[in-house]
Design a protein around this ligand. Structure first.
Ligand code: ATP
Ligand code: MG
Length: 414
């Protein structure tokens, strides 16, 4: 076959599919315990919406978006992240009225045209949560703790949480100015940084090229206004109270322009160079920017693929208990329909109340030996055999595949 999945995308099956389901299930449970409600948004939106929210001069909008025209020449983009779509839905449906707690979560595919490598794909999944209408530092702390809990549910406990404050509309311009002044006198800036200097100076802090990585940079924390300082202090205080470890990293910036005040990134040594497994922060101006009421907000997203890589490296999947596999076999072809109906029944009701089972068989037209060979191949633990003599006495044989012991049991006792 000459067809392959598009570059940067992958088919999810086997252990990865199991892992993804489990991660999504655990995350949902945690979100619901914290009072969050699910929102599913479309996978594409008007391209202008993302440009407006994420920022025209960001890598995501400039280079990474999948933009296309529909038949009526309208410009759409596959969503590169979830926060923007959720914010649009929040404003469009006045969700502050229908869900006054204003806590929402989402999970789903995101699309970015990036150079694919381990942990970096063109289609990937994010699981995220957002709290609207609260400017309290407790919301920031809760979001960071949520990210930690989601990771911890897959045994990913060795993480570093980096936090920073990017200030607000009052104090950030002074920092911006200091950055521009500082970098204007630096020689050897890469081409990209020269552009950043003009368009988006904060991104200068995020350059991966050595000559642009400088040590004695101005720090946002030195420029925070009184309110932002208080706020950042309180976030840290609450995190400490809740025994959530973190590192203050004055160089941390995010690749999206909408962030204000708290930003954070969760890193794990377990996933190689793409070590950011979750990220987020506060974005107090976004809702207003896209046409809503003045609504402060804070949120985060984990990258599901990177989380699964981390979970794999800490051996999480080895300890998973899978359902008991049971095979229903027939020694005599004439019992096929009886065995079939029995398999349907136990699949629905379980065996002796145990519903944590996977049921296979019966197979029509194959000898018992062949059926047992198949049962072995798929590693079943028990085979229930419908055979003439036993069945006429209302019984079936149960073969334990581990110790090969065979017992008889009355059908109506199963
Ligand atoms: P990075 O610095 O690694 O490019 P980012 O700052 O672009 O990450 P965000 O937009 O904040 O990432 O997205 C949140 C999380 O989504 C990241 O921490 C990461 O785990 C995941 N993520 C982002 N881009 C990709 C991608 N292309 N493939 C897989 N996961 C991704
Ligand atoms: Mg990126």
């Amino acid at each position: 076959m000459n067809y392959k999945a598009p570059r940067g995308t992958h088919d999810i099956f086997g252990e990865t599919a199991l892992g993804l389901n489990l991660l999504e299930q655990k995350a949902k449970e945690i979100f619901i315990r914290h009072g969050f409600e699910e929102v599913r948004t479309p996978m594409f939106e008007e391209a202008a919406l993302f440009a407006r929210s994420i920022g025209q001069a960001t890598d995501i909008v400039e280079k990474e978006m999948y933009v296309f025209e529909d038949k009526k020449k309208r410009k759409f983009a596959l969503r590169p992240e979830g926060t923007t779509s959720l914010a649009r839905a929040f404003v469009e449906h006045r969700m502050d009225i229908s869900s006054p707690a204003c806590k929402f979560f989402y999970l789903g595919e995101m699309f970015r045209y990036e150079r694919p490598q381990a942990g970096r794909y063109r289609q990937f999944r994010q699981i995220g949560a957002e709290i609207y209408a609260s400017s309290s530092p407790a919301a920031d702390a809760e979001i960071i703790i949520l990210a930690r809990e989601v990771l911890s549910s897959l045994d990913i406990d060795k993480i570093n949480i980096h936090i920073n404050s990017l200030g607000c509309g009052k104090c950030r311009p002074f920092f911006r100015e200091a950055l521009v002044e500082y970098f204007s006198s630096v020689e050897d800036l890469c081409e990209e940084c020269l552009r950043r200097l003009e368009k988006n100076p904060l991104r200068l802090l995020d350059c991966k090229i050595d000559s642009c990585k400088l040590t004695d940079l101005p720090k946002m924390l030195d420029y925070l206004c009184h309110d932002c300082k208080d706020n950042f202090y309180m976030v840290q205080f609450l995190l400490k109270k809740a025994s959530c470890n973190f590192t203050v990293n004055g160089k941390l910036v995010r690749g999206l322009d909408y962030y204000t005040r708290t930003v954070f990134e969760v890193r794990s040594d377990a996933v190689g160079s793409q070590d950011a497994i979750a990220a987020g922060g506060r974005y107090d101006n976004l809702i207003k920017e896209i046409g809503g009421q003045n609504t402060p907000a804070v949120g985060f997203a984990v990258g599901a693929e990177r989380v699964l890589l981390a979970a794999q490296s800490v051996g999480f999947f080895k300890n998973l208990k899978s359902p008991e596999k049971i095979f229903v076999a027939i020694a005599d072809q004439e019992f096929f329909s009886e065995a079939f109906a029995f398999a349907v029944k136990i699949t629905r009701d379980g065996i002796n109340g145990n519903k944590d089972i996977s049921v296979f068989g019966p197979i029509n037209g194959k000898s018992l030996t062949n059926q047992l060979k198949f049962a072995n191949k798929i590693h079943v633990s028990k085979v229930i055999v419908f055979a003439k003599t036993e069945f006429e006495n209302g019984k079936v044989l149960i073969k334990n595949m581990k110790d090969k012991k065979q017992t008889e049991i009355e059908l109506n006792k199963l």
